[in-house]
Design a protein around this ligand. Structure first.
Ligand code: SF4
Length: 265
């Protein structure tokens, strides 16, 4: 399976669904998840319940199951419109919704746009974006293969973390983006993003290295490219290797080739 191929086993009936679930759990185990805690099992079933399609209306029943598709990214973007739902609207130049493949198997999520992204209206551009581009290229993928987005969509002054009210106003749109894309893996960049998606208050140093669960989707937390940039300027490449270790787990879970990398400087 390559990065652009999506699994369709969910449509093939219960035995295949169970086989698929077993394979998925095996893959999670191979990738370092050493068990499913009770809370996560609850989250899995909660996610399944949330993801379950609503009962078909009479019109949908007439049109068939194809009519019950997840909402499109375009529809979510339209609904955001010229959003004024939080104070970040006042200083933004451009709302940065997200970019990439709307059917991506892999989604990268950051906390919010910085000044470069605000100017261009595109996620992960400028110096920090170039670091992420290097990570994606090292995975032998292209930006167009994956989807890039963030918890809040408007520029964070001074690259600060979003405030609680800003996250509350904007994160439902991120949740809808993820539900629309239905990725097989999410990479959460930095502690703020990981904590927002997982509902924890753990530093990324504690969360990274193992898959976590986001409504049934494996989530890998890893260092934010801005931290990598800072460490690189200090001549410290250890965080890069930690991110690479996390990305090799992501590639394995996606059943994609893992390129050999040497730690020689
Ligand atoms: S950050 Fe999100 S909620 Fe706040 S104004 Fe921008 S788009 Fe709207």
């Amino acid at each position: 399976m390559n990065i652009s191929e999506r699994s369709t086993t969910h449509a093939a009936g219960t035995p295949l669904l169970l086989a698929s679930l077993r394979a998925y759990l095996n893959a999670l185990q191979e990738s370092g998840l050493d068990g499913i805690p009770v809370s996560m099992a609850g989250a899995l079933s909660a996610g399944a319940a949330e993801a379950a399609p609503p009962a078909a209306s009479a019109a949908e029943a007439e049109l068939g199951p194809e009519s019950r598709q997840p909402e499109t990214l375009e529809k979510i973007r339209q609904e955001l419109g010229n959003c004024q739902r939080c104070g970040l609207a006042k200083s933004r130049k451009n709302l940065v919704f997200g970019a990439g493949n709307p059917r991506a198997r892999l989604v990268f999520v950051g906390e919010g746009p910085g000044a470069d992204e605000d100017l261009k209206g595109e996620p992960f551009v400028g110096e920090v974006g170039q670091v992420l581009n290097r990570i994606i290229a090292a995975m032998e993928l292209k930006r167009e293969d994956v989807y890039l987005c963030s918890v809040v969509k408007c520029c964070l002054p001074g690259n600060r973390d979003p405030e609680t009210d800003e996250t509350a106003a904007c994160s439902p749109f991120l949740q809808r983006q993820i539900r629309s894309i239905q990725p097989e893996v999410i990479v959460a960049l930095g502690s703020f993003t990981a904590d927002t998606l997982l509902g924890t208050r753990e530093p990324v140093a504690k969360l990274r290295g193992k898959f976590r669960d986001y409504h049934g989707i494996p989530l890998m937390a890893t260092h934010h490219p801005s931290l990598l940039l800072r460490r690189q300027k200090e001549g410290n490449l250890e965080s890069f290797w930690e991110v690479w270790d996390d990305m090799t787990q992501v590639l394995r879970l996606l059943k994609l080739p893992v390129p050999e990398k040497s730690r020689k400087k």
